[in-house]
Write a protein that binds this ligand. Structure first.
Ligand code: B12
Length: 212
């Protein structure tokens, strides 16, 4: 029987080959991929964040752990994204300017894809104007914005203001998320929805386009 705590430890220690190997093995043994993520992989990232905050590890270790997390997510991605249903709506998703965190954003994108949305991922460190441009280019129904730093949260408000000024605010639903984001913050800036994880991102997006 596979010991899944080894996956958490491999991510924390930045051992990407081992993390990938355990994930592959777990999937072969039919462990539920969502359970793998929620029970072992996200807690690993939380522990990395804690160790960084208490200065038990430093930037390079955090980066290496993030790499191991991404590697372990590789075989899970197609499982989250497999849907084969007609697109329910188009989503533009990105991380705000000044912010390089993309693991959570990618996860939200893959889950939305799996739920049948067409995803246009515009990446990390995206200026407000680029979000608006992408919404127009892809004629999107939903704009999904991610921020992981308290210092980059105000970028979200900037994007909402720009959407307003561009006359897009009534035609697009805007959802926000990321570790420091709360429902209160989302309400304060006038976003249409907030999701605290990838699963709730899907239910919020569905509700916003009228599908429950
Ligand atoms: C990995 C990591 C990094 C990696 C990122 C690699 C990458 N490609 O993403 C690297 C090493 C690059 C990094 C850099 C930095 N980081 Co960092 N990082 C983390 C860490 C450990 C994990 C983040 C993560 O991936 N979590 C796992 C994912 C799955 O969770 P998530 O992102 O929260 O996403 C979920 C939800 O939030 C939600 N969600 C996310 N986005 C969206 C969007 C929508 C629309 C919706 C609905 C939902 C949603 O769904 C997701 C899935 O469930 C966190 C600690 C933590 N626990 O958050 C610190 C953390 C975020 N980092 C931090 C800091 C300080 C930094 C640096 C400033 C460090 C430095 N001194 O340089 C730099 C900033 C660089 C920059 N300009 O962005 C701080 C932020 C503190 C703060 N209050 O702002 C944290 C909290 C660590 C800490 N405890 O101090 N970091």
């Amino acid at each position: 029987m596979l010991e899944l705590s080894a996956l958490r430890d491999a991510i924390i220690n930045g051992n990407d080959e081992l993390a990938l190997e355990i994930t592959r093995q777990a999937l072969k043994e039919e462990v539920n991929p969502v359970e793998l993520i929620n029970k072992w992989m996200i807690p690993a990232m939380d522990e990395v964040g804690r160790l960084f905050e208490t200065q038990e590890i430093f930037f390079p270790e955090m980066l290496i752990a993030a790499r191991a997390m991404k590697r372990a997510l590789e075989p899970i991605r197609p499982l989250l994204a497999a849907s084969g249903v007609e697109p329910k709506g188009r989503v533009v998703i990105g991380t705000v300017q000044g912010d390089l965190h993309d693991i959570g954003k990618n996860m939200v994108g893959h889950m939305l894809e799996g739920a049948g949305f067409e995803i246009h991922d515009i990446g990390i460190d995206v200026p407000a104007e680029k979000f608006i441009e992408a919404v127009k280019t892809h004629n999107a129904h939903i704009l999904a914005i991610s921020a992981l730093l308290t210092t980059t949260m105000p970028e979200m408000q900037k994007i909402l203001e720009l959407a307003d000024q561009s006359g897009l605010r009534n035609t697009i639903k805007i959802i926000v998320g990321g570790a420091p984001i709360t429902q209160d913050f989302a309400d304060e800036i006038g976003a249409d929805g907030f999701g605290e994880n990838a699963g709730s991102a899907v239910s919020v997006a569905r509700a916003l386009i009228g599908e429950h």
